[in-house]
Design a protein around this ligand. Sequence first.
Ligand code: UDX
Length: 455
Amino acid sequence: MEETKRRGVRLVLFPFPLQGHINPMLQLASILYSKGFSITIIHTHFNSPNSSNYPNFTFVPIPDGLSDVQDSITDGFSLLPLLNLTCKVPFRDCLVQLLSNAETEEEHIACLISDPVMPFTQGVADSLKLPRLVLLTSSVQSFLAFAAYQVLRQKGYLPISDSQLETPVPELPPLRVKDLPAIETQNLEILYQFVDSMVNQLKASSGLTGNTFKLLEQSALATFTQEFPIPIFTLGPFHKLYPALSSSLLSQDRSCIAWLDTQPPRSVIYVSFGSLASMDEDEFVEMAWGLANSKCPFLWVVRSGSVHGLEQVEPVWPDGFLEMISEKGCIIKWAPQQEVLAHPAVGGFWTHNGWNSTLESICEGVPMLCRPSFGDQKVNARLVSHVWRVGLHMEENRLERGEIERSIRRVMVEKEGEEMRERAKSLKEKVEVCVRKGGSSHQSLEDLIAHILSF
Ligand code: UDX
């Protein structure tokens, strides 16, 4: 590949250390590197990315202090405010050092790019007079739902009560109360303060970069522009703008590709719930039988931690299940997901609707069976099933084997699924329009580059 002219401008990126946040940050870094910027990645020791996959980037680890506060991590959410606290001093020290090194080198540091869930980085950047851009790793629509938290509380939609689950939320159509990005935590006040801070520090930033595209989120983008008077650059889907290098924290089992090669076109349902979501044992058993009874071939990712209470041990398969599926099922611990979704044998994706998974499915025109677990996933599932209409939403009460089997067949073999596949194909074509020269994502990238160079 022809070497791009280097610009003598360095960007410092700081990913939040979870898989779904690391992937888009490193994808964005690769895009910007391909446009001539030098890249430094500051990262925590916890979930540190594999630097050997990115020989052109400089990786700088900082202590995250997590070992000192292990006992305070009481639920999935508590990691967020904790990291904002424990990383503050080491992150600032690191940035000070990088800025002072840059003074003696020929490059200057133009800006920091960090995740909205690291709001403390805005204060640090301000104190060092360094512009901060925010990389939104979720959908714009789900961020708007977080931004509406205060109103939702005032109107009594939050905290969610069981009697209101089906109530529509007119402030955020087409969401119902049960689609709101609620997060289970023992300390709601800390959650509310955290969301406030995330929203306010985004407003104080020098702009937002989004892993989404205009034709997908037109109305959410219009609302965002009204509510947030900052420049916004939507240049997604990132991995289609620049071929993705692997930023996987787990090793991907590529044997599934050879298995997919033996399956008929669009026959396989791919099942994966991302890097965090988990289920209880009963649901796991229902899933296993639902998949087996559907008679559709399936590729199922069962990572360690997928089933509550079985973090380190192999799942216990229901009696007779493995014998029954024989060649019909391929079960692995972690997949090369983008390659799997692009494989011609894959005809559907049973997903938790993390934003990366949702976008990756859209990019390949694969219809979805949606089983969101928490936070933004619920918003994404509603968009998939009721706005873009490229998926079937499995409501909580449908998680038993008969219903699962029927839902799989609705997506994979029935007319309803065929119609979803047609719409998914047309969304895929929109992606292709957006990322090609003259398309909105291509143009947004040019605008982002000009914005960075104006700092
Ligand atoms: C988290 C949140 O849950 C999600 O809602 C938020 O939008 C981003 O952060 P995660 O749950 O891991 O992420 O889901 P997702 O956003 O879908 O990201 C998972 C990533 O891991 C995807 O890029 C996917 O390609 C990759 N993956 C997943 C694999 O490489 N192999 C697998 O087997 C499964």
